[in-house]
Write a protein that binds this ligand. Structure first.
Ligand SMILES: NC(=O)c1ccc[n+]([C@@H]2O[C@H](COP(=O)([O-])OP(=O)(O)OC[C@H]3O[C@@H](n4cnc5c(N)ncnc54)[C@H](O)[C@@H]3O)[C@@H](O)[C@H]2O)c1
Ligand SMILES: [Zn+2]
Length: 352
């Protein structure tokens, strides 16, 4: 069992990582409402509730379609009916949907109470459970409602990952590759050396705890530097401006990790075109994504003009200009740059 500290002054917290660690954690005083989705409830609610010492469980139907502000309000209303006061806390056990909704509920219930994250998807373990971005979708767009609200603890038990369907594992792997490409050349080399232990024969006892630890350490570092994404935190969007465009055109039927993988492939091509990244770096990124069975071509028959138009609508853009994160080496991302529509089209064409 290992601990990483996310330094944020009075909002600092620990991330605890290990295999089969949940039952070994110390129980906290105070009442807890466990929030989970229908799938995770069936698999793990009893075990998690018992580890937390609570019998209060709120669950909602699994899937992104539940990620609405109304679900967060339902969490708050359940807490109110249970007479939860400011000293009570919420615990989010599940993927990013559960974490984002529960965090948002914790941000607004009585103007803010504590919550802890118990991620059960790989994506949530390496990405969404750390950093305090919480929220929900509205019909006008994904994640348009939300608040920054840091968890008071993150507990990652890799034993939960064993029941993840391969497609969900891949969503997390895409984010791991992203983290390595933007921040850690050595982690990238490790992934290159042994992709089997991540996907074909996943090792949840040793490889995963170590890699998740490194990803959390890196994300924690970036969040400590720039909690509210005024600057450097934006590099975590590598591959995402391109990726979100394909997700949007697929009406969100394409899994996020696949969109981000194709997005990284397109960002790599653009970086080579602009002379900031070498062809060798693009080749290595592509080879690793291939080994993890993630796409390196546009996944679907989309027109490049439509993809560029969809990129223009990304909520991370400023003043209507499309901004993308590019890398100057493996393990080294640059701050977002404005990109020309002609160049964006060409980058997409190169991965058609
Ligand atoms: N807050 C952030 O910083 C941040 C970062 C990235 C993504 N996100 C958000 O996270 C969401 C995506 O997260 P996700 O991919 O974890 O989706 P998710 O929460 O919908 O989980 C994916 C699926 O896996 C199932 N599942 C969860 N744990 C399981 C387990 N151990 N075994 C079997 N099945 C399990 C869930 O029931 C669900 O059907 C998106 O809404 C995205 O916007 C947030
Ligand atoms: Zn992502």
């Amino acid at each position: 069992m290992e601990k990483i500290r996310v330094e944020l002054g009075e909002r600092s917290y620990d991330i605890t990582i290990g295999n089969k660690i949940l039952s070994r954690l110390e129980r906290e005083a105070g009442r807890t409402l466990l929030v989970t989705d229908s799938t995770v409830k069936k698999l793990y609610a009893r075990e998690i509730a018992s580890a937390l010492g609570t019998e209060h469980v709120f669950s909602f139907p699994a899937g992104e379609s539940s990620k609405r502000p109304e679900t967060s309000l339902d969490i708050c209303r359940t807490a109110a009916r249970l007479n939860f006061d400011r000293k009570c806390r919420f615990a989010a056990a599940g993927g990013g949907v559960t974490g984002d909704l529960t965090g948002f509920a914790a941000a607004i219930y009585m103007r803010g109470i504590e919550f802890i994250q118990i991620p059960t998807t790989l994506l949530a373990a390496v990405d969404s459970s750390v950093g305090g971005k919480t929220g929900a979708d509205i019909p006008e767009g994904k994640n348009l409602i939300g608040a920054f609200h840091q968890p008071s603890a993150v507990v990652i038990d890799t034993a939960f990952l064993a029941t993840l369907p391969p497609a969900e594992l891949k969503n997390g792997l895409a984010e791991i590759v992203k983290t390595a490409v933007i921040l850690d050349g050595q982690l990238f080399e490790q992934l290159e050396r042994d992709p089997e232990s991540l996907f074909q024969k996943p090792d949840f006892e040793k490889t995963y705890p170590q890699i998740i630890r490194r990803c959390c350490e890196l994300k924690g570092m970036i969040v400590s530097e720039d909690e509210c994404e005024k600057g450097r935190r934006a590099i975590l969007n590598y591959g995402h401006t391109f990726g979100h465009a394909v997700e949007l055109l697929s009406d969100y039927t394409l899994p996020h990790g696949q969109a981000v993988a194709a997005g990284m492939a397109a960002a790599g091509e653009l970086a080579v075109m602009l002379g900031v990244w070498s062809k060798e770096c693009v080749r290595r990124q592509k080879a690793l994504l291939n080994m993890l069975e993630l796409p390196v071509k546009i996944p679907g028959k989309y027109n490049t003009c439509d993809l560029v138009a969809a990129m223009r609508r990304d909520k991370k853009n400023l003043n209507g200009r499309t901004r993308v994160v590019l890398c100057s080496d493996i393990g080294c991302a640059q701050l977002p740059v404005e990109a020309d529509e002609k160049d964006l089209t060409e980058a997409w064409e190169r991965i058609r």
